[in-house]
Every structure is written in C-alpha cells, then in structure tokens.
Design a binder for this molecule. Structure first.
Ligand SMILES: [Zn+2]
Length: 234
C-alpha cells in the first residue's frame, strides 16, 4: 500500500516538476531517465574504449608518454554531449556524471588499460571556481567510476594554482605555452609507481590535460592514462 502511495506521490511531483531530457530539453516519459530514448539512440559515442589506438591517444603522441587515452562522446556545437555537459557543469545536474559512468561501466570493465589503473584523479578546479560553482563537474562521474571499477578516487592529488581562461580558441601552438606552474602535485611516497587515470569533462586542445599529466609524470615511475567525457574536434 505504501508503495502505491509512493508511486502516486512521485507521479504528482512529476506533474508539478516535470523532468526534461538533458540532451534535447523535451519532456521525459515516465520510464525515461536523464535523457530521452531518441537522444540515447543518437548519442555520439566515440567507441574509443574498444580500440587500442585512437585519435585522443594520437593528440598526445610525441608530447607525453601516456598509456592510453579515451573520450566517451563527440562534442558538437548544440549537440547532445554539449547539452549534457552544460547541464552537468552549470545547472547543478551532477546526476548526469553518475549516469554516464554507469552507462559506460561495462565498456570500462573490458578496456585493457583500465585493469592496471591504481588511482582515479580529476582535473581540479581552482579553489575560487570550486567555491563559486559549489562542485567539480567531474566529481560524481569519478565517484561512480571508482565504485564500478573498484579503483580508489582521490581528488586531492592535483591542485590548481591559477585560474586559466578557456582554451577553446587557442591553437595547438599556443597550448604549448600553458604555464607549467598551473597545477601542482601533492608528492608523497605512496604515489610512486602508480598508474593514474586522469579525468576531465571536455578535451579541446589538450592543454589542461597536458599540464596535469606532466605534473603526475613528475612522480617517480608514474604512469598516466586519460579519460574525458567528450572530445571537441578542432
Ligand atoms: Zn532528448
């Protein structure tokens, strides 16, 4: 009986506060969660997790000795991935992070390089930005990923020292000029020889990831793999 009233209560709440698709803003049907069936069907997945070498890995080739690199989705202007990340980042829709980690969990579990990962590390926000936004947009994704893969997650390994303006309009040459002091790593003996999975929301030029990965690779015998929610091809 209680379950029956719970259900009515839930449906009434939905009438008052309807759920909208985080991909296209259309109303969600009662059996749809986060994104509608149509968006789910058209989700621009990269299939990177199924390939040993891919376009993300090639971005860093010759620049950084990384193990593996993946993006889950293609980021297009006004596309589904852009909407999802916009909601996640600016609309406090942290549930989207959990949802994406759950959605790809079976692929994560078979991806070869994930098997040797020791620690999940997010690209950190500057403390001023963290205070303004209230959360790091990649946090819930990392938490669920950590649970799904049974790999620890530590958000304090890297620290962002300075505020950096958007890199989207910078060229591949300009990205080389990103200051090496932008991030610093909390060095301690426990981090030696670890394989880090560095996680960020959108990969554009790769400048931010590059600066973080360089810091992590300054730890003796460290290895770094990269995972981003989306890739904006330039
Ligand atoms: Zn939709």
């Amino acid at each position: 009986m209680l379950h029956f009233f719970d259900k009515i209560h839930k449906n009434l709440l939905k009438l008052i506060y309807p759920d909208y698709c985080a991909g296209c803003d259309n109303l969600l049907l009662h059996n749809e969660k986060i994104i509608c069936t149509n968006c789910l069907h058209h989700l621009p997945t990269t299939l990177h997790l199924e390939t040993e070498t891919n376009e993300i890995h090639r971005i860093f080739y010759g620049i950084l000795p990384i193990e593996q690199a993946y993006s889950l989705l293609y980021f297009h202007k006004n596309g589904i991935a852009q909407n999802l990340i916009h909601q996640l980042k600016y609309k406090k829709r942290q549930d989207i992070g959990n949802y994406l980690a759950e959605m790809f969990s079976s692929e994560f579990k078979v991806a070869v390089s994930f098997k040797t990962v020791d620690l999940i590390v997010p690209v950190p926000l500057h403390k001023k930005r963290l205070y303004e936004r209230g959360y790091n947009q990649i946090d819930t994704f990392c938490q669920t990923l950590s649970q799904e893969l049974n790999i620890p997650y530590d958000k304090d390994v890297l620290v962002r020292n300075e505020y950096l303006k958007s890199q989207t309009k910078k060229s591949k040459i300009e990205r080389r000029e990103v200051k090496s002091t932008l991030f610093s790593v909390q060095k301690n003996d426990a981090l030696k020889g670890q394989h880090f999975l560095l996680v960020d929301d959108v990969l554009t030029t790769g400048a931010t990831i590059e600066a973080c990965a360089k810091e992590l690779l300054s730890i003796p015998n460290a290895k770094v793999s990269i995972l981003t929610l989306a890739y904006a091809q330039s």
